[in-house]
Design a protein around this ligand. Structure first.
Ligand code: GLN
Length: 315
């Protein structure tokens, strides 16, 4: 058996064991239901994939299951906005500090002067970032985002789930409030409803855990294509994005996650988590049973186990 084959068998065995040790945790969480379409997810689903760029993506569990990116998309639109405009323009509209508040909180927008969202990983900040994506129409901007995610995942078939996008669109009063507040304070300009359309569609981009692992790999290796290894973004943009993943990627649980796991990661309320272990691995996880902060219970435990087993903490 070659060295690569041995490694594959080891991953295979380790992942199987980790999934069986953690899957019971799905019982202690809940599937997100504030976006009605997300409530249809199977709370018992668990899937994990890892990609090291050498072998095929390796996975365990329900790895064919599609799920929507939700907040994971915030990392990718941040990278695209930075490619479109550079740091100065982007960080004129959004800050670089963690909040300690829930991801959809409005409170700091009112108390901060100027009223600029604290970071691009909370909803207010992500809306400000999405407003910067270049393109003449919602369709054109969405196509640019989709093409970018297709490149990062090496999967040219990726698209968005219209049902989930509509479901969020129809129930997005809180995000609408954030966006109108931001426009009043000059952080965003233009049609808020169009921004909401783009944001909900971006959040509804569908992937499997294997796609996520490949995107994680791309970020882990400074933004290269996961298969061809061609550069997709400047190294500095990938570095910046990974730093936000560490400081704000798991919402207001990012501090404890950094201590327990130490992997740049970003979660979404669909139950997905992406991990980017610098110059080593991309990790993709799906398990929609969430804790009270909106993070996948099994996902966080799996990342903790992977981090310990392979010594993946960056600290
Ligand atoms: N689309 C979701 C929202 O804006 C994303 C939130 C999340 O995944 N935390 O509420």
């Amino acid at each position: 058996m070659s060295e690569d084959q041995q490694l594959l068998c080891k991953y295979e065995e380790d992942l199987r064991k980790m999934v069986s040790e953690t899957k019971e945790l799905t019982k202690f969480g809940q599937v997100a239901d504030y976006i009605p379409a997300l409530a249809e997810a199977d709370p018992d689903d668990v899937a994990v994939a890892i990609y090291d760029g050498r072998n095929t993506c390796f996975s365990e569990g329900n790895d064919e299951q599609l799920f929507t990116l939700q907040s994971i998309s915030k990392v990718l639109t941040l990278a695209l906005a930075l490619i479109d405009h550079g740091e100065e323009t982007v960080f004129a509209k959004v800050g670089m500090e963690p909040t300690g508040d829930p991801f959809n909180s409005i409170s700091k927008l009112e108390t901060q002067v100027p009223s600029k969202p604290l970071n691009p990983m909370i909803n207010a900040g992500a809306l400000a970032v999405t407003a910067l994506i270049k393109g003449g129409s919602v369709d054109e901007k969405l196509t640019r985002i989709l093409e970018f995610v297709r490149l990062l995942s090496g999967n040219s078939a990726l698209t968005y789930n219209d049902k989930v996008a509509r479901s969020e669109w129809e129930s997005a009063d809180l995000n609408r409030s954030l966006a109108y507040f931001l426009r009043q304070h000059g952080i965003i300009e233009g049609d808020v409803e169009k921004l909401l359309e783009l944001y909900t569609k971006q959040c509804a981009i569908e992937v499997t855990c294997r796609d996520l692992a490949k995107i994680g790999y791309s970020l882990a290796y400074d933004g290269i294509h996961p298969d061809t290894k061609e550069p997709i973004m400047e190294r500095d943009i990938a570095r910046l994005v990974k730093t936000f993943m560490v400081t704000c990627g798991m919402y207001n649980a990012s501090g404890e996650f950094a201590i327990r796991v130490g992997i740049p990661a970003k979660s979404g309320v669909s139950g997905g988590i992406i991990g980017a272990v610098p110059y080593r691995l991309g990790i993709g996880i799906y398990s929609p049973s969430l804790d009270d902060k909106g993070n996948s219970l099994v996902g966080m435990k799996l990342l903790e186990k992977l981090s310990k087993k392979y010594q993946l903490s960056i600290f």
